[in-house]
Design a protein around this ligand. Sequence first.
Ligand SMILES: CC(C)(COP(=O)(O)OP(=O)(O)OC[C@H]1O[C@@H](n2cnc3c(N)ncnc32)[C@H](O)[C@@H]1OP(=O)(O)O)[C@@H](O)C(=O)NCCC(=O)NCCS
Length: 169
Amino acid sequence: MSATRDSERIETQVEQAEQASKTVDESRVVMARSMQPPDANVWGNVHGGAIMRLVDEAGGAVAVRHARRPCVTVAMDSMTFKQPAYIGDLLTVTACLTYTGHTSMEVEAHIEAENLLTGNKRNVGTSYLVYVALDENGHPTPVQPLTPHTDEERARWRAAEARRARRAR
Ligand SMILES: CC(C)(COP(=O)(O)OP(=O)(O)OC[C@H]1O[C@@H](n2cnc3c(N)ncnc32)[C@H](O)[C@@H]1OP(=O)(O)O)[C@@H](O)C(=O)NCCC(=O)NCCS
């Protein structure tokens, strides 16, 4: 095969690989909900479980958007609540894909609480979740690869690989 035809073949393969992969922006989700009395304890602090539910809903939407398959949560890293959220706050979860394995995907979720009366915003915390895409029989099925395009996305991918190695250990 000539050098020209060889480089054309490689270019075609790269193009096909890029078409088969998806970007971080394609599946990013921003989910917001105002915190109500049932979400909180008697002092008005929002329960950690209520926050984690919204985080899991947003993360799950990211995974399904990427895979276009039903997905289940297989892991949720330990979470530290840096600042409290209160009844009346608008809780916003911004979630995006950091990494794709063969059948699994890692999602990073940032949680922010906003006092709607004052506009004061608090960083509640960050969480990492792993989802697995399922086939018709409920078995793990391959997902399209994610292509990180920016330096930030590449850094997130590397950090996700390190977390994946830690979880495997
Ligand atoms: C998710 C589930 C289908 C995986 O089944 P499994 O037999 O462990 O599947 P596999 O061993 O083939 O692993 C599948 C993927 O999950 C990953 N995985 C499995 N356990 C994991 C864990 N504890 N942490 C992180 N990733 C994990 C594997 O690394 C693999 O990823 P890869 O394909 O990208 O390499 C199964 O564990 C399950 O049904 N769990 C219950 C899910 C659930 O009910 N969630 C709550 C409600 S949504």
